[in-house]
Ligand binder design. Structure first.
Ligand code: ZN
Length: 449
């Protein structure tokens, strides 16, 4: 999704709306749109003030001016008067029906069933969302939500048919957008942090989120509606009537494609980053490379049982094809790798040693999930065994961890003999993608010291 498309869309939307509906967001944060007299609600008395101002018989202060500039074009004129009339008309006791979300904040989601019941789902801070059942009554333009402990009273100010503002305590304006006719089905597909190939980081909780350009300080808030695989994004800064459409396609367990309405495709990579006892897991996958190291006390003291069982299965299959596979180097302790690396540094120097040997804590052999098969050297390349491993290891849950031509990405030259256990499903996905594990997870492998 590119800014150019957004601008084009905004112009179209603005042209369609013209006088009838207000657009724009640059109102003072605490100004109620249309509230010329500052009493917290938008009524016929506000339109009287605006009309007198337009006739030149009344001066207004800057707060009133901001509240009255309904279409946000920098002036208060007859278009704003038409917009104000729309708001006043809509405010007379109309009740929201269906699913609604607070725009952009990552907070509450409402479902109004039309019979006076409202379900409030708190979308923040929890995977499934906390659901509270409340009773709602509407008196005129007052919305009263009856909770277990307290009643909360809001004034509803309709901005258009898919957007209203809940006004709390007279001034605080809470923008609410239409989500759809059906109650929220919590969307695990989008939940979490995503790195986009267009250089954005998305953070999504429930039906709200924000994105930032990587490295940038500012963020853009949004909510989205979901209709099967169509998402309708409502960006905080755009305040659009209908939102911007995107279609989601699941690529594999860690990637989705977002196809924006201008045809731009953004690929999102899930980024669930955890460090547990000094060990880094990305999307649940234990990572040891030049960027991410293992602590010296991480010591499974052998190939982990699941990886060993997978190797045994692979070994048996190779034997049926007349080939012999043996682990020539499996688990290596932190201390072993430290001594090995130091001996290479003494022989070849640090720069050279770094091209073929891992610094202590950075070797994948310390994970208990990696192994060298038969012969750890270039002489193994192109042997029938090496070809068999390349063709079949994913079927048993392994990947060739350092493929040919990917040294700049993995940090290691091609090693036909070094495989990493990932489990069958993930190994299949990584192999099918044609990517290295670093590319698949969107991470790097570079010493930072
Ligand atoms: Zn190895």
């Amino acid at each position: 999704m590119k800014n150019r498309m957004m601008k084009k869309f905004l112009c179209t939307a603005a042209a369609a709306l013209t006088a009838a509906m207000p657009v724009g967001t640059a109102h003072a944060a605490d100004a109620v749109v249309g509230d010329m007299n500052g009493d917290g609600s938008v009524t016929i008395s506000d339109s009287v003030i605006m009309r007198r101002y337009l006739h030149g018989v009344l001066d207004i202060d800057s707060d009133s001016f901001l509240a009255g500039d309904i279409n946000n074009d920098g002036s208060v004129d007859s278009l704003d008067l038409a917009g104000l009339k729309y708001i006043i008309f809509s405010n007379s006791g109309r009740m929201p029906v269906g699913a609604w979300a607070i725009l952009g904040t990552g907070e509450d989601y409402f479902y109004f069933d039309g019979d006076g019941n409202v379900t409030v789902t708190h979308t923040y801070n929890t995977t499934a969302g906390t659901v509270t059942e409340n009773k709602v009554t509407v008196e005129g333009n007052k919305l009263i939500i009856t909770g277990e402990d307290e009643n909360r009273e809001y004034t509803i100010s309709w901005v258009n048919s898919k957007r209203f503002d809940m006004i709390e305590n007279g001034r605080k304006r809470i923008p609410v957008v239409y989500y759809g006719s059906q109650p929220l089905v919590y969307d695990r597909l989008l939940n979490g942090t995503w790195i986009s190939d267009s250089g954005r980081e998305y953070d999504i909780t429930g039906i709200n989120g924000y994105y930032s350009e990587l490295g940038a300080e500012t963020t853009e808030n949004f909510s989205y509606e979901k209709d099967l695989n169509k998402l309708i994004f409502h960006f905080d800064s755009e305040n659009l009537n209908d939102g911007v459409n995107a279609y989601i396609t699941a690529v594999d367990s860690m990637h989705i494609d977002l196809t924006w309405e201008d045809g731009t495709v953004e690929r999102l990579t899930s980024r669930n980053y955890e460090v547990i006892d000094g060990v880094t897991y990305i999307n649940g996958i234990l990572i040891a490379n030049k960027t991410y190291s293992l602590p010296s006390d991480y010591a499974p003291n052998g190939i982990l049982p699941e990886a060993q069982a997978a190797f045994n299965e692979m070994q048996a299959a190779a034997r049926r094809d007349g080939l012999s596979l043996e682990i020539c180097s499996g688990y290596r302790s932190y201390a072993y790798q430290r001594d090995l690396y130091n001996s290479y540094v003494n022989r070849d120097g640090k720069a050279k040693a770094d091209t073929y040997s891992a610094r202590p804590g950075h070797s994948e052999h310390q994970t208990g999930l990696a192994m060298d098969i038969n012969w750890a050297g270039d002489a193994f390349n192109n042997t029938p065994e090496a070809k068999w491993i390349a063709a079949h290891c994913a079927e048993y849950g392994f990947i060739i961890r350092y493929p040919q031509g990917k040294q700049d990405i993995t940090g290691y030259k091609y090693e036909s003999w070094h495989v990493r256990y990932l489990g069958k499903e993930l190994a299949g996905e990584v192999t099918d993608s044609g990517l290295t594990l670093e590319e698949f997870l969107g991470i790097d492998s570079v010493y930072k010291y």
